[in-house]
Structure formats: C-alpha cells, structure tokens
Design a protein around this ligand. Structure first.
Ligand SMILES: NC(=O)c1ccc[n+]([C@@H]2O[C@H](COP(=O)([O-])OP(=O)(O)OC[C@H]3O[C@@H](n4cnc5c(N)ncnc54)[C@H](OP(=O)(O)O)[C@@H]3O)[C@@H](O)[C@H]2O)c1
Length: 245
C-alpha cells in the first residue's frame, strides 16, 4: 500500500465541539476528512467547506444503520479506503431522571436512546467500515470516551445514564482491540476533559475548563504518533496522561 496517497478520516459528531475541532486539525495535517453532520442548526462545517476542498460533510446520525451504510458508500466511491475512524458523537444532556429512587422514575426510553448514540455505534461503524480500513496501512481507530467511564474511578452518584454508556463503549473498544490489534490496528481511547460547549456560531459557553481546540490538539497528536506500546489498550486524557479504566 502506498504511503504517499492522501490520508482519509471519518469524524462523527462533527457539527461542533471536539468533533469539529478534530476535523479542523486533521485538515491542517493534510487529511481528506469526511465529517458527520447531524444537526441542521449548525452551519460551521458548511462554512468551512468553502475554503477546504478536502472537507466532505456527510449526513450521519450514528444511531441509524442506514446512515452508516450510506456514509460507507460515499467514502468507498470517493476514496475507496479509510485511514482513520474517529467515533466521537454523543448525547450528553437530557433531564436528570436517571437516579435510583429519584423524584421521577428512571427514564427507560432516554437510557436506551443514550446507548443507541454513545455505545452501540462504535462497533457498528467499525464493522461497516472494516473493508475500507483494511485497505489502509495507517489503520487507526479513535473513540472519544470519558473519565466517567471508569468503574474504578467512579465516585459520583448522579449522571448514571451517560456514565453507563461510556463504560459500555470502553468494553466494546476492549473487545475490538482484542480482535483487530493482531491485524495492525492502532486504538485510541480518549478522555477529552471537561470542555466548553460550542454554540451554533462557533463561540464557546464559558462554563467549563477546557477549550475543545486544546483537547483536539492532543487527540490528533495521539492519533498521529505511534506509541511504543501499541499492544496495550490505554485510556489517555487531554494532557497525555493515562487513566485507569
Ligand atoms: N464536553 C465535555 O466536557 C466532555 C467530557 C468528557 C467526554 N466528552 C465526550 O467528548 C465528545 C465530544 O463532546 P463535545 O463537548 O464536543 O459535545 P457536543 O458539542 O455535544 O458534540 C457532540 C456532537 O455529536 C452530535 N450528536 C448527537 N447525537 C448524534 C447522533 N445520533 N449522530 C451523530 N451525531 C450526534 C451532537 O449533536 P447536537 O449538537 O445536536 O447534540 C454534537 O454535534 C463526546 O463523545 C462526549 O461524550 C465530552
């Protein structure tokens, strides 16, 4: 396989926030980037597309199988291979109706919805894109997780719904690692930190610690750098520190 051809990446949940910033930085590193568009309220990707010929926005709701199949067809017919999958989309919000014995009953539908967005898509995306990923020597799979995914580190009592989905994501990544590492895949399980949310115009809500750009810089650095211990799955944070999970 030639190393001189342009690298290609698919980034899910790229309308805003970390996904959008990862798209920007991959473009700067010379990637052709397929960017998952989910919410019509955000036009940041369409605006960026005007100056970025290597950006290809693709409609992609990761909880819909037909969308994933359609995205694979677009990339197969456009490039014919995929070097990097960034599985980043997530649903983090919603009412706090996920506490045992809380004021409201646990919202079963919202729990299922959260799994359908945050956990189930990772193995499905990897499975659907595997033939295109196998055509690459780069073979990198990035999954955006969180420190709240860690059973060992969990001290909280609230926010069970979101935490459960990220723990489930980690287990699927571990099992994909067991299966695909022997085929040369490099895995990145990433904790981006407490990031400011991006508003539709691209400005940041100040109520958090980190600018998503900072987290994206580390995410892309980890993607591009080969680790000496690729045979070990690690959850790594926005500072490059490894976390227990
Ligand atoms: N923000 C934090 O402090 C923090 C901390 C730890 C981990 N993380 C993780 O980091 C990642 C990015 O977070 P962020 O702060 O950038 O969040 P964000 O601004 O909400 O970005 C996530 C993107 O995914 C989209 N999305 C939601 N459901 C989707 C679906 N079914 N299909 C495709 N896209 C969908 C969202 O659309 P909408 O705009 O319509 O919701 C949004 O554009 C997530 O995986 C999150 O769990 C975030």
């Amino acid at each position: 396989m030639s190393d001189t051809r342009i690298r290609t990446a698919l980034v899910t949940g790229a309308d805003r926030g970390l996904g959008y910033e990862i798209v920007l930085q991959l473009l700067q590193k010379g990637f052709r980037v397929y960017a998952g568009k989910f919410n019509d309220e955000y036009s940041l990707l369409d605006d960026l597309k005007k100056d970025q010929p290597e950006l290809v926005p693709i409609k992609l709701d990761v909880s819909i199988y037909e969308d994933i199949i359609a995205a694979e067809k677009i990339i197969r017919e456009d490039s014919g291979y995929l070097d990097l999958l960034v599985s980043n989309a997530a649903f983090m919000g919603g009412p706090r109706n996920d506490a045992i014995g809380g004021e409201e009953p646990v919202d079963y539908d919202l729990l299922r919805f959260s799994f359908n967005t945050n956990s189930a898509p990772a193995p499905v995306l990897t499975d659907v894109f595997l033939p295109l990923l196998l055509k690459s020597d780069f073979r990198c799979l990035h999954f955006t997780s969180s420190e709240i995914s860690s059973v060992r580190l969990m001290k909280r009592t609230g926010g069970m719904r979101y935490a459960m989905t990220k723990t489930a994501l980690n287990v699927s990544v571990r099992m994909m690692f067991n299966q695909l590492r022997p085929l040369g895949f490099r895995f990145r399980l990433f904790q981006p930190g407490w990031m400011k949310r991006m508003l539709p115009d691209g400005t940041l809500d100040p109520r958090a610690r980190l600018d998503p750009k900072q987290s994206a810089e580390m995410a892309v650095r980890l993607i591009l750098e080969e680790r000496p211990d690729e045979d070990r799955l690690a959850l790594v944070d926005y500072l490059g520190n490894e976390l227990s999970f």
